[in-house]
Design a protein around this ligand. Sequence first.
Ligand code: GDD
Ligand code: MG
Length: 346
Amino acid sequence: MKALLLAGGLGTRLRPLTENLPKPMARVGNRPWLEHLILHYKAQGVSDFVLAVKYYRELIESCFGDGSRLGVRIEYSVEKELLGTAGAVKNAEPFLDGRFIVVNADIIHQVDLASALAFHERRGADVTICLTEVDDPSPYGVVEQNEDGRILRFVEKPKKEEAPSNRINAGIYIMERSVLERIPAGVAVSIEKETFPQWIASGAGVYGHPIGGYWMDMGTKARYRQLHWDLLDGRFPLPTDGEDAGEGIWLGENVRTGQGVLFVPPVMIGDDVTIGDRAVIGPYAVIGSGSRIGSQVRLSRSILWDRCKVHGGAQVNECILGSGMRVGPHILHEAVCNRIREVQRP
Ligand code: GDD
Ligand code: MG
């Protein structure tokens, strides 16, 4: 069975981090999220992937190629123009057969695929939408179900007071290829705003299956930050490369620290990182591989991607810095930066 990963969107709400990067390539635990995602589905027995790509697709293709580095097979379904979430699935039709899985590639989750498939099978569903529960369903697709799990209503991003429940579309679907006949080809179609409501109205077997475990859509800066704090707090058990030095400190290979460096957990440091004398790192700090942190830097509640350079004496708090960012000897608070080389005082 193949998994189709939707990875073509613009990632607008995560800008500037996604100004030159597809959102699912944003780093989580020092690796592109898409890599974690593929490995998670591989661990569940999926070995064939189709990536539906468009925006900065060359970055995805050059990172994953044919998938052999990760021990899977990857094909690419490329949109000439963005076709929306259903249009992207329709566009991938030639790559799909029988039953397949669709996943929004920007959701941080772990799913028990076997139990979702068993549910799909038991119900004889055309489509099973995996569901999760949240306090505020308004930024998501919200469902109303009957006792059997059949979805009676699907409303995308309703007003909070109009949401039919707290059960939302987790962005993971199991589908039968036959349903693709009902999606028009070559035009932009939203699976959430058009396709699901149409299928439900026409009596297709659309069911909802609640999944447990951690779930987070990384699509806003607040949620992207939160998922890292959750990762560091152990609420999301992501396999990481770094060695667990104990008590909430993860160190990659070849981390060189000067004299009197203080780690205040939780802290996650990638490979080949240098940290200067008397720097104070943490709490809640992620430092990407190849980064250089100067002496007496204070870095807390911040996420740095790979190859960042922070000048001695700088104070960095509540920041997210993209790959290769440089920070001068400044106080930087609540900045989200990418691309530009030198961050000035805000
Ligand atoms: N190939 C392709 N083409 N991919 C797309 C397109 C497109 O035109 N549009 C969006 N995507 C991809 C995005 O890259 C992302 O990985 C995924 O589809 C979902 O798009 P988002 O833009 O992140 O949607 P959302 O977060 O507002 O809402 C969706 O996800 C929620 C769960 O996280 C909806 O599916 C909601 O119903 C759902 O609750
Ligand atoms: Mg999203």
